[in-house]
Design a protein around this ligand. Structure first.
Ligand code: HEC
Ligand code: HEC
Length: 266
């Protein structure tokens, strides 16, 4: 992992360059990275003062041009001067690197051990399947969202991507579904797929059901999370910070640096 550290260089770019960068950023990047680059639901905060994929001009140019494979960050076909303007704008936003809060290594131990998050969540192929895979959630989500997801899971339910992004497909939320069969059995779980005739569910033991709706007495989307809310009584502040640090330490592998190409864009 290369932790690039942004060296504050403002003063080097003139105000007009920065202003144009801000306009471009608002149009091309803010839909994911949020207003003022403070992070949105689809892209990380870019004002933290450190960049996982490298903070030099060359590295940022590469990230912006090529994107980050395997993530929502696609390549942008922007002229060289526009990329430079965006970088000049980003430089003005850098906060001094936040002091490291939380111990990611301890967080990992809690995730798979004492707190049993892994009973529902998978990270890098290990863990349960009831909740969303969290291998990349930490790098794609702002820290405040992660904290809210753990303390108050009902506030913003995650979208279930198991259907892919099929055109016209209804958006399935990871909410709790309760189905009661005509022979009186109650099944509680998450919906994996649903159409006019069938409801597919996974229960808390990861059993998968394909239920013809006509065999059901009732079914109900509860619009609440199956994830328990971890209040301060079950998860103290230190444990919370460690878990969040662990989730934020996970990210898509950086592309291998291409030898000799470092300065190709300069
Ligand atoms: C469709 C959503 C989306 C758009 C649009 C988008 N990004 Fe991203 N970007 C992401 C995601 C997600 C990541 C995190 C990838 C990872 O490492 O897991 C990311 C990562 C980055 C990084 C690397 C951060 C780091 O810590 O190294 C930079 C820099 C960046 N984006 C800049 C931009 C700029 C500039 C634009 C506009 C030209 C842009 N992005 C447009 C989703 C997006
Ligand atoms: C009983 C199963 C269960 C357990 C245990 C559980 N979760 Fe969840 N979690 C879920 C479900 C289901 C969702 C999706 C619904 C929602 O948004 O709350 C979710 C959502 C999340 C999200 C939001 C992901 C996103 O991409 O939006 C995070 C972060 C998260 N969980 C972290 C944790 C952590 C950390 C723990 C351990 C302290 C934990 N979970 C324990 C079931 C669980």
């Amino acid at each position: 992992v290369i932790i690039g550290c942004a060296v504050p260089l403002w003063g080097q770019a003139d105000a007009e360059t920065v202003r144009q960068g801000a306009v471009l950023f608002r149009a091309d990047c803010a839909p994911c990275h949020g207003v003022g680059a403070h992070g949105g639901v689809r892209g990380p905060d870019l004002t933290r003062g450190t960049f996982i994929h490298g903070g030099s001009d060359a590295e940022l140019t590469r990230t912006i041009n090529n994107g980050i494979p395997g993530t929502a960050m696609g390549g942008n076909r922007l002229p060289e001067n526009e990329v430079a303007q965006i970088i000049a704008y980003l430089r003005t936003l850098q906060q001094p690197p936040a002091p490291a809060i939380g111990d990611a290594h301890r967080g990992e131990t809690l995730f798979f051990g004492a707190q049993r998050c892994s009973s529902c969540h998978m990270v890098n192929g290990k863990g349960g399947r009831l909740g969303p895979d969290l291998s990349f959630a930490g790098s794609a989500r702002p820290r405040a969202y992660l904290i809210e997801s753990i303390r108050e899971p009902n506030r913003q339910l995650t979208t279930n991507q198991s259907l892919g992004e099929m055109q016209g497909a209804p958006t399935l939320l990871y909410d709790t579904v309760t189905a009661v069969t005509r022979d009186g059995k109650t099944i509680v779980g998450v919906a994996m797929n649903e159409d006019t005739f069938t409801l597919q569910m996974m229960d808390t033991n990861e059993r998968i059901y394909s239920l013809p709706k006509k065999s059901l007495k009732s079914w109900k989307h509860e619009h609440r999370s199956l994830m328990p809310a971890y209040g301060a009584d079950t998860l103290n502040e230190t444990d919370l910070q460690d878990l969040v640090a662990y989730l934020q330490s996970l990210h898509a592998p950086s592309p291998a640096p291409e030898k000799g190409k470092e300065n190709a864009n300069r």
